[in-house]
Design a protein around this ligand. Structure first.
Ligand SMILES: O=P(O)(O)OC[C@H]1O[C@](O)(CO)[C@@H](O)[C@@H]1O
Length: 550
């Protein structure tokens, strides 16, 4: 395979870029009345309008040609069929098997993984039902009212944003809260609101060796015993999700209370596994299964649709265009739905931990840009905060706007008005970003204001909006478990496609290891198990300052 930057499609895209930079989307819409229709599609309950992007038909053709030159269809097949595409860790990448409701086997190392997947799902279902119908009770016979889910990174963010986004589906009798940070004030705050009699702790850690999770679980266990419960009561109140069952047992978990997960599930792709147990507990197993089925629908679309009609591929290739040819360094996610406010943080982890790399699969340094900075916030709040920069800075920032057409509370007074306003802000912003406002328009508006000519020129310059800022608009009928599953799978596949184009391993995360390692050494220094002399002068001084003050 040719080097990415030497492929025919790449070279052709390099030629298009200066031309497209001189074109304005205003004119693209004027010259092509069918643009919105042409550049939009439905898939798995989601509607994507990508017409407000700085692309011509030629650019799109070249982007799909680039995907073909990088053998994308074969790479999609390789992932779904259990090849060990996570080469640096020698692992397959089979999160799609966790939501495979096709009835077809998924082979890995000569064995169908589906019986094991279904068995774990059944265990999640049975446990959820036992909590909900109160057959599993606390050590004093009280029903479980609260779940504290302990985990971090991929073992936390997915379940947290899903339960937040699907709040209207919540099982009323059960409160599920999440603790991730090793900062003790979080677990202390949470425990202060718990009663040992009716609280269940779910400890989620694929490796069962993550410092934050182990420490938070130890604190939770110590608190539980300090409330008057005995060691024998722990089994009723502590369960774990892990692929390292031996370590979980060593930690003190009863083996029957451990929900297994396979080695071929990456942390940030694991909410579909038993890591999703807090989702099932919070929303009910049926909603969890509906989430998986929605994701499966997107998986089918991703595998079957031609590249030019394939939603994850379209979004990924547009991202490649902006990152590699139009100078974009970041990508903003803007959910116009309060319950989906956690989605930018979720995609931030998914995308930046997957593609925040600069080494190819063969271990060579890349000679092109890779994963962008992902950021964002909920509309309309963000409009009154960072939108100024998107509208008027000279940095190109592609944006994704997300919006549910229906929301579950429209029967309440005034709610339709709220939702109409939300829609108008969402669509209005994409319009403003695209069309901008010319100097001439701004200047004209200042006529008869009593300003001098010079003042009018200056003020008009400040008010001018360049426009030409690209955006995708993703609309779904309502945010239910199925559409949320499809939405998350859409972004997973977008990230995968970009990793394929950039020749990255999107499924390892070596970059986080050094910090963990040095952090452990510094802890040894702080707690007197290691001499500080080996550390650099700055770190030594920081440790000394901390030790003196504490
Ligand atoms: O589930 P574990 O093993 O506790 O890991 C938590 C998280 O830590 C990471 O390994 C990196 O920080 C993530 O990829 C992972 O989701």
């Amino acid at each position: 395979m040719n080097k990415l930057t030497q492929t025919d499609a790449w070279i052709s895209l390099e030629h298009h870029a200066p031309l497209v930079k001189r074109q304005h989307m205003r004119d693209m819409f004027k010259t092509d009345p069918l643009r919105a229709e042409k550049y939009s599609l439905h898939a798995a309950g989601l509607f994507l309008d990508y017409s407000k992007n700085r692309v011509s038909a030629d650019v799109l053709d070249d982007l799909y040609a680039l995907a073909n030159e990088r053998l994308l269809p074969a790479k999609i097949k390789a992932m779904f069929s259990g090849e060990k595409i996570n080469t640096s860790e020698g692992r397959a990448v089979l999160h799609t098997a966790l939501r495979n409701f096709s009835g077809k086997p998924v082979m890995f190392d000569g064995k169908d993984v589906m019986p094991e997947v279904m068995e774990t799902l059944q265990k999640v279902k049975a446990f959820t039902q036992a909590i909900h119908n109160k057959t599993h009770r606390g050590y004093t016979g009280k029903a479980i009212k609260k779940v504290v889910a302990i985990g971090i990174g991929g073992s936390f963010l997915g379940p947290k944003i899903v339960t937040q986004a699907l709040k209207p589906c919540k099982v009323a009798a059960l409160e599920v809260v999440f603790v991730a940070n090793v900062d003790g004030c979080h677990i202390a705050d949470v425990l202060a609101q718990c009663s040992a009699h009716d609280t269940l702790f779910v400890m989620s850690s694929k490796s069962f060796s993550t410092q934050e999770t182990l420490q938070n679980a130890l604190s939770a266990k110590a608190w539980f015993l300090a409330q008057g419960a005995g060691k024998k009561d722990i089994a009723k109140h502590f369960v774990a999700v892990s692929s390292n069952v031996a370590k979980a047992v060593e930690f003190g978990m009863a083996e029957s209370n451990i929900f297994p997960m396979a080695d071929w599930v990456g942390g940030r792709y694991s909410l579909w596994s038993a890591i999703g147990l807090p989702i099932s507990l919070a929303l009910g197993y049926d909603h969890f299964e509906a989430l998986l089925k929605g994701a499966h629908e997107m998986d089918c679309h991703f595998q079957e649709a031609p590249l030019a009609q394939n939603m994850p591929v379209i979004m990924a290739m547009l991202g490649i265009w902006y990152r590699n040819f139009m100078g974009a360094q970041s990508h903003a996610l803007l959910p116009y739905y309060h319950y989906l406010r956690g989605f930018p943080a979720y995609v931030q982890q998914l995308d930046m931990e997957s593609n925040g790399k600069a080494t190819t699969l063969k271990g060579k340094a890349v000679d092109h840009g890779t994963g962008p900075i992902i950021w964002g916030g909920e509309g309309t709040n963000a409009q009154h905060s960072f939108f100024q920069l998107i509208h008027q800075s000279n940095m190109p920032i592609p944006c994704d706007f997300l919006f549910p057409v229906k929301v579950p509370y429209l029967d309440q007074a005034q709610q339709q008005t709220h939702h109409d306003m939300l829609a108008s802000n969402c669509f209005g912003q994409t319009q403003a970003l695209m069309q901008g406002k010319t100097f001439e328009q701004c200047y004209k508006e200042l006529a008869n204001t009593g300003l001098s000519e010079k003042e009018m020129q200056t003020l008009a310059a400040h008010k001018t909006m360049p426009g030409n800022n690209p955006s995708n608009t993703l609309i779904f009928d309502e945010l239910n478990p199925a559409s949320l599953g499809a939405l998350i799978a859409l972004y997973e596949h977008k990230v995968f496609v970009q990793g394929c184009i950039w020749d990255l391993n999107s499924f390892d995360q070596w970059g986080v290891e050094l910090g963990k390692d040095l952090g452990n050494k510094v802890l040894d220094m702080i707690q007197g198990r290691m001499n500080i002399d080996g550390a650099d002068a700055s770190t030594q001084a920081l440790i000394k300052r901390f030790k003196q003050a504490k």
